[in-house]
Design a protein around this ligand. Structure first.
Ligand code: KG4
Ligand code: ZN
Length: 345
């Protein structure tokens, strides 16, 4: 079944063609970073308008790259939530209309389910059941996954998401949006022994997270080391970035190990933008190498937003006979455990 995937939930237009027999045929991504950088973050209205400009040309591009015709498309999957409502509406309207015109089924995909299933696009994918760590700009969750649509939330952030904490730390360190990769890069030149930041909530039982205290600690450290003009020297900025990243990584690693133990499972899948972080990947790998557990993640470009993960997730649901009506419904807030389980029809 050849599926067109459309991702427009935030600041990236991602389009892909995935075939259930042949795998991923083509994908294209347009990032709006340049559009939003001068505002220091995503401006929702500008994001929606840019998705309108980019979605159709990118669909033409993936069709041309894959050698497929528009009429070959057998189903359309588009992100219908969670995300920015205007941005979601663009992808959903285009996807739903295109499917109608092609007389093909259409399905609105949950963005976080897309992230969660992205590691399935890699060689040697994980097998159900597993524990998933979802770490993106809006979510930090540990989920027990028994199958597609069989999700049990084990723990989540009580305040900021991990990606959000990276983005806010970037602002404190005067790094441009989007902050996560910038903090990670700056941290590479940080001195490990200079600062030790707190590991939030690791002493609390359970699997919830909290990153707002760490954010305040980071801000206080920045202020303490600023000169009279409010400027922090470059080495200190790098040292702070390093200490912040270390604290986030160690906190996530501790909770992942705890979740695997609690659920008696030995596979950990991590997904979402922060799972592109090299320190997090190696930190988890090292920690789990000491147990018999294994960690799975997608290639870096499929950790952040992309069309391939939406095409894949939509394909699984369409193959099982699920499809949307003609109504176009964008759901900006949408708990993942409300999704129906996949039962093969
Ligand atoms: O999954 P994603 O692309 O979009 C959402 O669904 O939110 O995640 C974006 C988040 C941003 O907060 C970004 O700063 C963070 O992921 N991020 C990273 C890295 N790459 C992206 N954080 C830390 N290290 C990275 N390498
Ligand atoms: Zn995302």
């Amino acid at each position: 079944m050849l599926i067109l995937g459309i991702e427009t939930s935030c600041d990236e237009t991602g389009i892909a063609l995935y075939d259930s027999e042949r795998g991923l045929l083509a994908e294209a991504l347009y990032s709006q970073i340049e559009l939003h950088v001068e505002y220091g973050g995503v401006v929702p209205e500008l994001a929606s308008r840019d998705h309108i400009r980019k979605t159709l040309p990118l669909i033409e591009q993936v069709l041309a790259e894959s050698g497929c015709q528009r009429q070959d498309i057998e189903g359309v999957a588009y992100t219908s939530g969670p995300g920015l409502v205007g941005a979601l509406m663009v992808g959903s309207m285009i996807g739903r209309s295109l499917a109608y015109a092609l007389n093909a089924p259409a399905i609105g995909v949950h963005h976080m389910e897309g992230h969660l299933l992205a590691p399935m696009l890699e060689d040697n994918p994980p097998e159900f059941p597993f524990v998933a760590l979802l770490v993106s700009g809006g979510h930090t969750q540990l989920v027990r996954v028994d199958g597609i649509g069989q999700y049990r939330l084990l723990g989540e952030s009580l305040d900021d998401a991990a990606g959000e904490a990276f983005d806010k730390t970037a602002k404190m360190l005067k790094l441009p949006y989007p902050g996560g990769p910038q903090v990670a890069k700056l941290a590479e030149s940080g001195m490990p022994e200079r600062f030790t930041f707190p590991r939030p909530m690791v002493k609390h039982p359970g699997l919830d997270f909290s990153f707002s205290g760490l954010k305040t600690y980071t801000l206080n450290t920045v202020h303490e080391h600023a000169n009279e003009e409010g400027v922090v020297d470059d080495q200190t900025r790098a040292d702070i970035a390093h200490a912040f990243q270390r604290a986030v990584v160690e906190t996530l690693v501790i909770k992942c190990k705890r979740a695997l133990k609690q659920e008696s499972l030995s596979q950990l899948v991590m997904a979402g933008g922060v799972s592109a972080n090299k320190e997090l990947r190696s930190g988890l790998e090292q920690a789990l190498a000491k147990t018999n557990a294994k960690v799975f993640y997608a290639r870096p470009e499929f950790c952040t937003d992309n069309g391939a993960m939406i095409a894949y997730a939509g394909c699984q649901r369409l193959l099982a006979g699920q499809a949307d009506t003609l109504a176009v419904i964008a759901t900006p807030r949408w708990p993942m455990d409300q999704l129906p389980a996949l039962t093969k029809s």
